[in-house]
Write a new protein. Structure first.
Length: 383
């Protein structure tokens, strides 16, 4: 809130504390996104403390508590969301469980950080966003690529007129390897589960394009399952995949710029991630190792006029915006930590700089338009 001191934050309705207590749902002691990203991120930020965590079993919860030094652990979410010292609930489980857990946290009046995708489909996302608005609590969705220093830098360059008028943009990238899948990720092969190439690699990549250059006014899409059988790495069992492994979209942004995106499953190599922004006066080129800009570090190159783009140094003021996060730079936790830092600042200042559930609904709307276009073979309005 405006005028609130750095040591007295409003985290949830009626709560004022020096630090924000976080309860994390879905923690494994040995693997998973909570232990890879959320816990290192929170440990690096003095504005937060990990108040409680839950896991899929009492045994796993105890092991996670011992591993991460958290005293209050649970095998279910009910006690966690009810704790008075939990101000923010982080939901880091598989997508089909998001709505139940997010709804319970919102009903308890807690702020919620939910991983992306928010729901298994647009209806799920809308229901959660409507409940959050009804409860009047702050939310965050895990579209953390927006917080990457490289994205801040690209926005700065565009504001400064580096490329002139943006005429078009092209994005191409690879997802995870496409011949085998780990058992824990096999559920992503089923389109109905809501976590797949469209929602994850494509969704995160789409989000930074729209965040930087604006929304699609209209689009056309094609998609296909080109490799329907995938082997589970641990068991060598073959599973039939129903989620598309090739997705291509072309359309017009509200600015008038033409945009194309093609994200595909990785099998035999190729360009990991390449995003070009072509303008009347120059070009920007953003690259990474895969179409997961929320995880992999991004490199920015630029060239005025017809010159070949060369790498541009990201200003230290952008990479070092939060000095306590320096040790995380280049790690999967870095952008997540920047989201948490920005969220604490939003709470303190009454601002809105991190993507929330309303932003998630907008992204789900575009993904739904892509699915309709691919299924019907028709151009879709998206704005």
């Amino acid at each position: 809130m405006p005028g609130t001191s750095a040591r007295e934050r409003t985290s949830a309705p009626g709560i004022r504390k020096s630090t924000l207590g976080v309860g994390i749902i879905g923690v494994s002691p040995v693997r998973g996104w909570a232990s890879t990203a959320h816990i290192p991120a929170l440990r690096a930020l003095p504005e937060y403390e990990i108040a409680a965590l839950s896991a899929h079993s009492a045994e796993s919860a105890r092991a996670a508590g011992e591993e991460f030094g958290v005293a209050h652990v649970y095998s279910g979410h009910e006690q966690l969301v009810a704790r008075p010292d939990v101000d923010v609930v982080a939901v880091t489980v598989k997508v089909p469980h998001h709505r139940e857990l997010v709804s319970a946290a919102l009903a308890a009046g807690k702020a919620v950080y939910c991983e992306w995708p928010l729901g298994t489909d647009l209806d799920d996302a809308r229901a959660m966003a409507e409940l959050a608005a009804e409860k009047g609590v702050r939310t965050v969705v895990g579209l953390q690529a927006r917080q990457a220093p490289a994205i801040d830098f690209v926005q700065q360059l565009l504001r400064d007129g580096y490329v002139g008028e943006v005429l078009s943009t092209t994005m191409v990238g690879l997802s995870i390897p496409g011949d085998v899948v780990g058992r824990s990720n096999a559920y992503m092969l089923d389109r109905a589960n809501g976590a797949n190439l469209l929602t994850v690699p494509f969704g995160h990549s789409l989000d930074i394009l729209n965040h930087v250059l604006g929304e699609f006014a209209e689009l056309s899409a094609v998609s296909d399952v080109r490799r329907p059988l995938i082997t589970v790495e641990e068991t060598r069992e073959q599973i039939v995949k129903t989620a598309a492994d090739q997705i291509a979209v072309i359309g017009t942004l509200t600015s008038g710029a033409i945009a194309s995106i093609h994200i595909r499953e990785a099998v035999a190599g190729g360009t990991g991630f390449l995003w070009e922004i072509n303008g009347s006066d120059g070009t920007l080129r953003i690259t990474a190792d895969a179409a997961l800009p929320e995880i992999f570090p991004l490199t920015v190159a630029g060239g005025p006029g017809r010159n070949e783009p060369v790498e541009l140094a990201i200003p230290p003021a952008l990479t070092g915006k939060w000095p306590t996060l320096a040790s995380l730079e280049g790690a999967p936790a870095f952008n997540v930590a920047r989201v948490y830092a920005a969220f604490a600042a939003d709470i303190e200042n009454g601002t809105h700089t991190v993507p929330d559930f309303a932003d998630a609904v907008r992204r789900h709307e575009v993904l739904a338009a892509i699915e309709r276009s691919a299924a019907e073979g028709k151009r879709q309005q998206s704005a």
